[in-house]
Design a protein around this ligand. Structure first.
Ligand SMILES: [Zn+2]
Length: 230
């Protein structure tokens, strides 16, 4: 079963791969385009993030540079913002958009956003589920050492899918907050709105693709668990 099963290849692997590639391509093209469009204010991503954080009263929250492409993130445990070199130093629509998005996560944390908190609470559970998933895959599916491993796989994969589901509104909300702050603080011009939205929407698509992948995988596991019981 699985991996060499035609049903799995046709209904899980192939569509998952295609939607993942499509989302990645959309992101690369939007980011590639708008990282070449200079922002009128001349601000770097780091400066824009600093401004948004300061305005929210988060004056002591560090904004740091991290290596890697699109490695930008907000770390709630360190209470710090990390921007990739391109976006940290970049004075483009894309750099300012991404920096503002990450600041949006810091604002969610500050305002104790319910979905943000739920996602944070799910992080350790999801990490455990990821390890357990590897265990079930190796010991159950390949070595057949665990009885009823399909039911266990369904339970574990439900946790992983739930995490992806909760991530989605958190990401969209961070982008909404980013746009709101950028315009409220006058950091972007009216005609720069489109570019900011295109970059942030493309970034959100990758999370949609991840969720679709998880759901397809989960549905497959459920159908396999059902047929193994019959
Ligand atoms: Zn985000």
């Amino acid at each position: 079963m699985m991996f060499w099963d035609t049903k799995y290849i046709l209904f899980v692997m192939l569509p998952g791969l295609l939607i993942g590639l499509w989302a990645q391509m959309k992101l690369m093209s939007a980011f590639g385009k708008y990282s070449q469009v200079p922002i009128d204010s001349g601000m770097t991503g780091a400066e824009a993030a600093r401004h948004i954080l300061d305005q929210a009263g988060l004056t002591d929250m560090p904004v740091e540079e991290v290596p890697g492409q699109l490695s930008d993130h907000y770390d709630p445990t360190k209470r710090a913002l990390f921007l990739s070199s391109d976006n940290f130093h970049g004075r483009s629509v894309a750099a300012v958009g991404v920096a503002a998005h990450e600041s949006g996560h810091a604002l969610q944390h500050l305002h104790q956003d319910a979905m943000f908190n739920l996602r944070m609470a799910l992080v350790p559970v999801t990490q455990f589920a990821s390890y357990a998933w590897m265990g079930v895959l190796v010991l159950g599916m390949f070595l057949h050492l665990i009885p009823h491993y399909l039911s266990i796989a369904v339970a574990i994969f439900s946790v992983l899918t739930l995490f992806q589901l909760v991530t989605l509104p958190v990401e969209y909300d961070a982008s909404a907050r980013a746009k709101e702050q950028l315009f409220r603080l006058g950091l972007v011009r009216e005609d720069e709105r489109v570019g900011i939205s295109k970059v942030l929407d493309a970034a959100a698509l990758t999370y949609v693709a991840a969720l679709v992948n998880s759901v397809l995988q989960l549905l497959y596991l459920i159908s396999e668990a059902r047929s193994s019981r019959n």
